[in-house]
Design a protein around this ligand. Structure first.
Ligand code: PFF
Length: 450
């Protein structure tokens, strides 16, 4: 197979890694991870999360990369090419559907981050200001026009990056944004852990409490690992197709996993100590970032600056993930409709503006409409994260483990024998992909139903 020379490919391995880390690090790391840790026994959860992420999810990530690079093109085309069967194209289309569902609520939250960034820069938000942050938040998300306008701004910014193409858009912005994200979160972390009373927050994160860890915690760890690594949504199939032929996929998968997990831990250290220092209940969920933290920022020394830094971080993390979700949809539309990038991205944006608006309105005018007891926003989140991503991950490992087979897998991860990957490592990885991952995914899915 010849190396792709067109501009729909990353120019370097570092570009690929930066873009994939950009996709992985997102809202999932900044608000979901810290409160899940707290709710599920602190270090006990982190330990289980690390085991699942390293031993199970890294091989799944690798499977997606193998399919993408081997097959090339859009996820649908890649699945058809590597399996030689048209029916497998469904896996790619499912990936696009998953991205579409995630993106529908992601653009709404992305819009919130822009609103809060604007607010944090405005003078009223600064130190000493008396704000009822819960009322500000519910007033904003519950209104009918303003959050949609901010979602539209978020979509337009995302499309701006997408239209610049893979190298000039996705790769270049990721290379800039990723190092910046790490610097920002470390700065916020330093401020947070040096607050009086911050130690309790670190205890909350890192003291193991196995009495709080149960089967639901295990499910939460698995779900979080999938969401955080952007698994099962064909993101890595898409980026895999843009990866240079000479790249070491196994090493890349390890770097992406470690960076994403490290960032999640840093996010925990940046948020929880501050929450505890101000004696606030840590299990707020979504409200943690938009209600609790703004309250803290108005009270703490250097709070105004921290607020700006935090919302810049949140925005960068959200947009780099959104870009990857957008790209899966755009590349599929380009491939299936034989459309140009700009046409495909415009179609993607139009669809997302519509579904994003519905998700946004489900916090306001459409609040009364529920499906299975959840509003539309929560239902999109639930179905995509808990059902579609797991199914997507299962299809990827079945495709590699049972259809492509060990010979092709080894050929791809060694780049045709040019990269040295220890035999035992290749065998262990393949064993996990073929047997362990499908068994774990299917059994947890079945057990979660009962
Ligand atoms: N990994 C992202 C986060 O942690 O916020 C979410 C995500 C991005 C999921 C891209 C799936 C995806 F394809």
């Amino acid at each position: 197979m010849t190396e792709k020379k067109n501009k729909d490919a990353f120019s370097s391995n570092f570009g690929m890694i930066a873009a994939a880390i950009g996709s992985a690090i997102g809202l999932g790391n900044l608000w979901r991870f810290p409160y899940l840790v707290g709710q599920n026994g602190g270090a006990a959860f982190i330990l289980v999360y690390l085991i699942i992420t390293l031993l199970l999810c890294t091989p799944i990530l690798l499977s997606e990369m193998v399919i993408g690079r081997r097959g090339g093109g859009s996820p649908r085309g890649a699945y058809v090419k590597v399996t030689g069967r048209k029916g497998w194209g469904v896996a790619g289309i499912l990936g696009m559907l998953t991205c579409f569902m995630i993106m529908s609520f992601y653009v709404v939250v992305g819009g919130w981050t822009i609103r809060y960034l604007v607010m944090s820069i405005a003078p009223g938000f600064h130190r000493g200001a008396q704000i009822d942050s819960a009322a500000v938040f519910s007033g904003f998300v519950g209104s009918n026009v303003s959050p949609i306008v901010y979602s539209l701004i978020f979509i337009l910014l995302t499309i701006g990056i997408i239209n610049l193409g893979v190298q000039k858009g996705i790769e270049k912005t990721s290379k800039l944004m990723m190092p910046l994200l790490f610097v920002l979160i470390v700065l916020i972390g330093i401020r947070s852990v040096t607050l009086p009373g911050a130690g309790a927050g670190l205890d909350y994160l890192f003291k193991p409490d196995f009495s709080q860890f149960n089967f639901d915690s295990l499910l939460a760890a698995l779900g979080q690992s999938f969401f955080s690594l952007s698994l099962g949504a064909c993101m890595m199939v898409t980026y895999g197709a843009y990866t240079p032929k000479s790249s070491n996929l196994t090493k890349n998968a390890a770097i992406i996993t470690v960076s994403d997990t490290f960032f999640a831990l840093l996010a925990g250290c940046a948020i929880m100590p501050a929450v505890f220092a101000f004696g606030i209940n840590p299990s707020e969920g979504a409200g943690l970032v938009f209600v609790t933290l703004p309250q803290i920022f108005t009270q703490m020394p250097l709070g105004g600056l921290c607020a700006i830094l935090f919302f810049v971080t949140l925005f960068l993390a959200a947009i780099s993930s959104a870009v990857s979700l957008f790209e899966v949809m755009t590349s599929t539309i380009m491939d299936m409709g034989k459309a140009r990038r700009k046409t495909a991205s415009a179609i993607t944006a139009a669809i997302l503006l519509f579904t994003g608006s519905i998700c946004s309105l489900s916090q306001g005018a459409l609040r009364g409409i529920t499906i299975g007891g959840k509003n539309i926003f929560d239902q999109f989140d639930y179905v995509s994260s808990n059902i579609l991503m797991t199914l997507g991950g299962l299809l990827a490992v079945i495709c590699v483990g049972w259809v492509i087979g060990k010979k092709t897998f080894t050929d791809e991860i060694t780049a045709g024998g040019t990269i040295r990957v220890p035999r035992t490592l290749a065998s262990v990885l393949f064993f996990i992909i073929k047997y362990v991952a499908p068994i774990v995914i299917v059994t947890t899915a079945i057990s979660s139903i009962f």
